[in-house]
Design a protein around this ligand. Structure first.
Ligand SMILES: [Zn+2]
Ligand SMILES: [Zn+2]
Ligand SMILES: [Zn+2]
Length: 198
């Protein structure tokens, strides 16, 4: 069995501060790899259409320094990670030179979306071990909104594999805390804005 070195094993203070430095992300010169745009084949867009992806190999490398003034020019109102509309995705692919968008992907995604609707258990308020589809399949219950996919109530679910309820408040808090942390690092924000993430 492997043994993990405990931090108190080392009484050397300079060793500790060295470890701290290694952990911190610091920016100066940043290398950005540019990849050609391609059809994705790796995700299922909820609004339909084909997906966005990138080539396996980059076509050029850019080195930038993050201490130059990107902030004012790069800030826009776009919400990070917002879904790209079906039409916009098609335009992006065409503009990037993808001549033939394979229709098969769109059909496969439609099939997958349909199969994802048919899930969860139909127990009503209470899940019984003898009848609950989730318990019988050996998986936990999950409620994303309302009574979907599982219909059970927190106090009625008897699933020993657990019951998870999606909490948008927790997700939103995590999102804002993460971006607040990133925004404190001026260099990090500049890089994310430059590559179009924020
Ligand atoms: Zn159930
Ligand atoms: Zn269930
Ligand atoms: Zn349940």
């Amino acid at each position: 069995m492997g043994k993990r070195k405990h931090s108190t094993d080392s009484g050397d203070e300079s060793d500790d501060s060295c470890k701290r430095l290694k952990k911190a992300v610091r920016f100066g010169e940043v290398t950005i790899y540019h990849f050609p745009r391609k059809q994705g084949f790796v995700s299922v867009p909820s609004s339909g259409g084909s997906t966005l992806g990138m080539a396996r190999k980059h076509v050029w490398i850019e080195k930038i320094r993050v201490d130059f003034e990107l902030d004012a020019a790069a800030i826009n109102e776009r919400k990070p990670f917002a879904p790209v509309a079906q039409k916009a995705r098609k335009t992006i692919l065409k503009t990037a030179g993808v001549r033939r968008i394979l229709k098969k992907e769109e059909q496969d995604c439609a099939q997958l979306r349909l199969s994802r609707v048919i899930c969860g258990c139909s127990c009503g308020d209470v899940c019984y071990p003898q009848t609950c589809e989730c318990i019988l399949s050996g998986i936990g219950c999950q409620v994303d909104y309302g009574r979907f996919p599982c219909s059970c109530q927190p106090n009625g679910c008897q699933n020993s594999h657990g019951r998870k309820q999606y909490n948008p408040g927790v997700v939103e808090r995590h999102y804002f805390e993460t971006f607040a942390r990133i925004n404190q690092q001026r260099g990090a924000t500049a890089v994310l804005q430059y590559v179009g993430v924020v």
